[in-house]
Design a protein. Sequence first.
Length: 362
Amino acid sequence: MLILGVETSCDETGLALLELDTPDQASTPQAYRPPSARLLAQALHSQVDLHRLYGGVVPELASRDHLLRLMPLLEGVLREADRDLQDIKLIGVTQGPGLAGALLVGCSFAYGLAAAIDCPVTPVHHLEGHLLSPLFGVDSLAFPFLALLVSGGHSQLLQVSGVGEYELLGETIDDAAGEAFDKSAQLLGLGYPGGPEIARLAQTGRAGRFALPRPLLGRPTLDLSFAGLKTAVLTQVKRAGGTAGLSDVDKADIAAEAQQAIVDVLVAKSMAAVKQTGAQRLVVAGGVSANQLLRHQLDAACSKLKVSVHYPPISLCTDNGVMIAWAAGLRAALGDRGSAAGAFAVRPRWPLSERRLSSALA
């Protein structure tokens, strides 16, 4: 089955064509192994250069750019895969959460295309795409597992029992980890997006010189908080009289401490969740999962507890069409083959708990 994945939740336009070998009969979430899949083609356009001037994503500009990119990207992936529109048997599209305008552009494109070629559509939860991306192309990762989702807008710890079976254990009560990176970078006068900029500058810095807080680190809750960290960075900048009063060494040291503080919290909360649940596997996904310090320290912490840890390839950490096609395919293998194109509504705010497989098949 040829699946087209469409992703336009924020500032990346992603399309992918995935060929999935679906079983003759749907399996069950309790006795489930990922079906074999082959990536035929993918295309991803990042809007980083467009938004860098403004220090963050401008929703209206994001929507307009998605509109310009989708058709050329579709033509490109079809050409690369040597397939025709009529070969597509299922379209998976991000229907939320995300920027309302950006989601509307992607869903209008996907549902309109589905109506034209008479194929079903599966609405995909953006976080489910990230959550399931480490399963793509592997046969050693099985359910259940613990998941740490860390991105620009979300930081969550979940117990994953199967596709569509997610129990929220903890989440950010204010800023997400990705927001903490972005806002700290902005306060230091660095570029956008902030995560890569902080990580780059931190390589020459010394963590510990500027003491920054680790919010909620000493509390038993699995919830996370990073707003206080951002405020502490702002305080350091103000003490220096603004970014102009900070030397390059000062900026590098603050960047190193900010990165270390974020990683310390994520690692500690993840290990607390491992001990609480008895999980044997940890999956880390989302844009922040590309951070090398986070990977290094999670590897070390999981090794001590004899827990395996899994990450998506770096190329699948950011938003992309592959993870959306894959999530739609995993649901298809369990019997959720989508529905006919028709009226739709985007979900800028969409609890992951509402994507239970049982409700999708009801």
